[in-house]
Design a protein around this ligand. Sequence first.
Ligand code: SDX
Length: 394
Amino acid sequence: TTENVTLDQGFANTASCKSEITFIDGDAGILRYRGYPIEQLAEKSTFLETAYLVLYGELPTATQLSEWEERIRRSTLIDERMRDFFRTFPRGSHPMPVLAAGIMSLSTFSSKATGLDEAAQEKATEQLIAKVPTLAAYGYKNSMGQPTLYPDNSLSYVENFLRMSFGFPTEDYEFDESITRALDVLLILHADHEQNCSTSTVRLVGSSGANMFASVSAGVNALSGPKHGGANQAVLEMLAFIRDHKMDVSEFVKKVKNKEDGVKLMGFGHRVYKNYDPRAAIIKKHADEILSKHIRGSHEDLLQIAQELEQAALSDDYFQERKLYPNVDFYTGLIYEAMGFPVDMFTVLFAIGRLPGWIAQWREAASDPHTKIGRPRQIYIGEPARDYVGMANR
Ligand code: SDX
């Protein structure tokens, strides 16, 4: 049902579509993909298996899963000419615009995947799920002037991405099982989230008949904002700000409550969850395991500041009255940093996780004959009709 739309919220609160993919109960803190609770998927599934579920609606049989994994594994390479594409960006370019541009350029190499028919949609799904981690790793390596590595089809999806991101052609890459598993779980937890800003963007762009690559590229750009997927980077920057200014947590909380310079408690609050984000609870569990093993040096302070901030906010009426709880972004950045990723790669990791959801939602809209081109209306509050004024009378 459509919640009452109050004018100051514009159309942000109306029910924009019907979907069979993800169910959220914001007050109870429930999140399910195709009916399966994320707590069970995080514990028992893998990201590629969950991607299959989100995309095709059912958990795969053993045969379906191995065929799916083989299809993806065989499609991880990008066209050789794209390797030069990355070299055109200045060193230190933020990897999100590079990823959005890379996804758009994928479509120029995959003419069979840019149609709207079922076969093209299937081809585009495979290309995006398989190649986006390669694009992400290549963007990261190029930003540091390091050589890129071809994908290795003997590895799992997450192992392949970690090796392309952190490996070197001059030596074997040593995997750490706890990091591989934690990243798999984090990707599962990001796989879909109903009509969030970036997913609604993917649906809106797709509603014009634009192809899947163009729609997903738009979703990457929507995700990059600090109010959305960019929050995981903003949380680390907030924690570092508190540490580097030797600020007491209570002093920072006061700044937030006084709304000084519009400062917000990044990683807190949510448009839908007015309770603890169920993903944050699972991530926090993994954070303890990964951070105790991998967090280094000055980052230990950041973890401590994060824990103190969480405690201070959860026990403060200001946040309780506004139903502000930790969301998916509050602890993820600390884990990504402990894995070795720089802060500007955090939102790229969010995008890799959200990819199955963007694609599934795009395909659900594309397959619905009732889908019309997105065209929200407005309430006009500008000038009444008036006549042209000659220059001499202005
Ligand atoms: C994601 O939609 C999704 O599903 C997104 C996501 C997904 O998986 O796709 O879950 C991922 O984007 C999570 C959110 C990540 N963003 C952040 O952590 C940025 C910090 N959070 C805020 O920007 C904010 O909480 C939002 C944007 C997330 C939600 O804002 P709301 O629900 O629209 O809240 P609001 O702006 O109407 O604020 C209500 C009150 C205001 O105070 P008052 O005017 O009533 O005094 O709460 C305050 C706000 O100032 N408030 C905050 C706050 N968030 C809201 N105050 C301090 N810190 C915050 N984080």
